[in-house]
Design a protein around this ligand. Structure first.
Ligand code: IPD
Ligand code: CA
Ligand code: CA
Length: 270
């Protein structure tokens, strides 16, 4: 596919994200039923489903030959199985609301995340927070942007001056978790820690330097397909917890401005 066509795909992704964002913004405080998926901290609302079906129908209308992987339609497949089933070619990976718990509690920090991949490699990423109207995007080899202006990952060079964020995977929410032990190890060794509740936005915040780094286990391709490209295009680095270049089926993710990456990786090894 040539560059002009990728630009068209990007414009479509931006348009769909904004349409879904308008729908979600109009439903804050009017959620419909809330359902638990795995537990009380893993939730889905009627609005997640409406946003997903809007996104799916727009993509199918304009790009009927592309595949779609979306959170609420995925069933019980794990990330590896889900991606394998979709195969090669151009595909759209969508999270209709990333940060559903924030959405339910009216914390203004959630997003629509749309990643476009070719042969499983992200080539376009769009993340849109409908309440702040911040829109992040990237195209592979063409840089990363916030509301149209280029962004760069932060300049910190040491873990000690880094602001880091993390999040609990639903299965891990409880005492003595791996994450709590990692946080205990980092406490006092970085500037501070945050838990913001929307992985796609955490990645964008690393990309624009609000955060120096972000780590998580158990994320899915719909959480990361857009944000990972946005971090990389902003000059940051994304690996798994062992330092291997991040792939969408990986179970662990470490994103940073690049400068602190090896110190960060050591900092979370238990
Ligand atoms: C969740 C958010 C959260 C992360 C969870 C994800 P959802 O996505 O990205 O920040 O910690 O692991 O599942 O369920 O709100 O789309
Ligand atoms: Ca998500
Ligand atoms: Ca979601």
């Amino acid at each position: 596919m040539n560059h002009a066509n990728e630009e068209t795909l990007l414009q479509s992704a931006v348009a769909y994200a904004k349409q879904a964002g308008d729908l979600i913004r109009g439903r804050v405080g009017n959620l419909g039923d809330i359902q638990e998926k795995k537990n009380v901290s893993d939730l889905v609302t009627k609005v997640d489903m409406l946003s997903e079906s809007l996104l799916r129908s727009q993509i199918l209308k304009d790009y009927s030959d592309h595949w779609i992987l979306s959170e609420e339609d995925n069933g019980t497949l794990n990330s590896y199985e889900a991606l394998q089933k979709k195969g090669s070619g151009l595909g759209w990976i969508i999270d209709p609301i990333d940060g559903t718990t924030n959405f339910i509690h009216e914390v203004p920090h959630f997003a629509v995340s749309i990643g476009i991949v070719r042969d499983q490699e992200p080539i376009i990423g769009v993340v849109y927070n409908p309440l702040t109207e911040e829109l992040f995007h990237a195209r592979k080899h063409f840089g990363a942007f916030r509301n149209g202006a280029p962004i760069q990952a932060g300049k910190e060079t040491r873990l000690g001056e880094s602001l880091l964020a993390a999040g609990f995977q639903a299965e891990e929410w409880g005492p003595n978790s791996h994450l709590l032990k990692q946080m205990d190890k980092l406490a006092g060794n970085c500037r501070n820690l945050r838990m913001n509740g929307a992985a796609s936005l955490d990645l964008c915040w690393v990309a624009m330097g609000r955060l120096t780094g972000f780590w998580h286990s158990g994320l899915h391709p719909w959480d990361t397909s857009a944000g990972v490209l946005i971090v990389r295009e902003a000059g940051g680095q994304v690996t798994d917890h062992h330092g291997n270049a991040y792939q969408l089926h990986h179970d662990t993710l470490v994103a940073s401005n690049g400068n602190i990456h090896s110190e960060f990786l050591s900092g979370i090894q238990l």
